[in-house]
Design a protein around this ligand. Structure first.
Ligand code: PLP
Length: 396
């Protein structure tokens, strides 16, 4: 008789976005024609940059000609794209080589799959609240998880404390859902902790392109010592609107090892066994992101989203509401007046016709907070911010 992986039974129901959609639909059914604006969306809305679109079209045409047709590619990704990514790091003075970069169909896959190369008995530390994939992939694999409490007191940036016994530590900066960003000293403290304990940092830099403050790190490898203890995951999803196009990359330093075994070799072995490479067409499109035109065009889209974030942040400042994010991040994480995050969600929906995402859905410490995102249309974002100001300003 076969058996299922019973660890799946330990997963919590992923009901957050379904519940948000259910409550919104129920409100709309009761109030037909209500002009609801969603600031809950975690997906990009602007189209791909023209430089990317033409690279994709050209690559598709090449696939249709015998002389330029491509079959299977390199498991770790094409040299032209790995080189472009390495230069993207190097021009910021970050030491990453093309041989350390693995191209994939996005950060989510790599973040989940990396667990294949790590022992089952590692003690795993995960911030709370955070991107749910870290917890769920560890629960599926039956690993022990300890939570790092992120809260108003530490600005939603937990630090290594006395008594923390972690072998693997997840760090997401800029953070989803809180928008909080670690500074250099804070990341250095984590790197020191990891190197002293022989722990591994899994650094999720999916939102690095939103960091505008030159003093804030966009890569863990900007911190001395990180090459001995960290793997970094990056994505073109939010950087360049690739959520539907799919491309990301993971950096595994060539010297990173445990017991004389190279993690880069293990990851190559894992990828070459279970992954047959990222679409060549998509990799051509991804390479266009790193050209001068691609950079300029994608930066303009990020500017647009950051302009949205500033509109919301300005309103919250005027209201005197505590929040993290809004600068250096497309997320704004605000303290709910009244405390309860689902009750505040319902109030915003009913009285301002604005949809957010209740913080409780991102972990126990998310209770009392609400996530707003900057990925919408400017006019709608401005209208939503005005409605929030009107509602909460009147109440104050
Ligand atoms: N990491 C974080 C923190 C995210 O918020 C997301 C997507 O929302 C991802 C990774 C996944 O990115 P990708 O689309 O490349 O799989």
């Amino acid at each position: 008789m076969f058996r299922i992986n019973e660890n799946f039974l330990n997963l919590k129901e992923g009901y957050l976005f379904a519940e948000v959609a259910r409550r919104r639909a129920a409100y709309e059914a009761a109030h037909p024609g209500a002009d609801i604006i969603s600031l809950g969306i975690g997906d990009v809305t602007l189209p791909l940059a023209p430089a990317v679109v033409s690279a994709l079209a050209e690559a598709s045409a090449m696939m249709g000609r015998a002389e330029t047709f491509r079959g299977y590619g390199d498991y770790e990704g094409e040299a032209f794209l790995r080189g472009a990514v390495a230069r993207y790091y190097n021009e910021r003075g970050v030491d990453v080589g093309a041989d350390e970069i693995f191209i994939s169909d996005g950060a989510k896959s790599d973040i989940g799959n990396i667990l294949d190369i790590l022992g089952a008995d590692n003690a795993v530390a995960i911030p709370d609240p955070v991107y749910p994939v870290y917890v769920d992939t560890n629960v599926m694999a039956g690993r022990r998880v300890v939570f790092l409490a992120a809260n108003e007191g530490n600005g939603f940036l937990p630090m290594p404390g006395d008594g923390l016994l972690a072998d693997v530590i997840y760090i997401c900066s800029p953070n989803n859902p809180t928008g909080a960003v670690y500074n250099r000293e804070q990341l250095a403290a984590w790197v020191d902790y990891a190197n002293e304990r022989g722990a591994l940092i899994l650094f999720d830099a999916a939102y690095e392109a939103f960091v505008r403050d030159a003093d804030l790190p966009r890569s863990i490898f900007e911190v001395p010592g990180a090459r001995d203890c960290a793997i970094e995951f990056c994505s073109l999803s939010k950087t360049a609107g690739f959520t539907g196009t799919r491309c990301g990359y993971t950096v595994v330093p060539r010297g990173l090892e445990r017991g004389g075994v190279s993690l880069k070799k293990l990851w190559y072995r894992r990828q070459s066994t279970k992954y047959n490479g990222t679409s060549w067409i998509i990799q051509r499109g991804a390479a266009a992101v790193f050209t001068p035109e691609g950079r300029e065009q994608t930066a303009a889209n990020i500017d647009y989203y950051m302009g949205n974030a500033a509109v919301v942040a300005d309103s919250l400042r005027r209201l005197g509401i505590w929040f993290t994010g809004g600068v250096n991040s497309p997320y704004i994480w605000l303290k709910c007046p009244g405390g309860d995050s689902w009750a505040f969600f319902d109030r915003l929906l009913a009285e301002a016709n604005v949809v957010g995402t209740p913080g409780a859905g991102f972990g126990a410490n998310g209770e009392g907070f609400l996530r707003l995102t900057a990925f919408g249309n400017r006019e709608n974002v401005a209208r939503a911010a005005w409605r929030i100001e009107k509602l909460l300003g009147a109440a104050a």
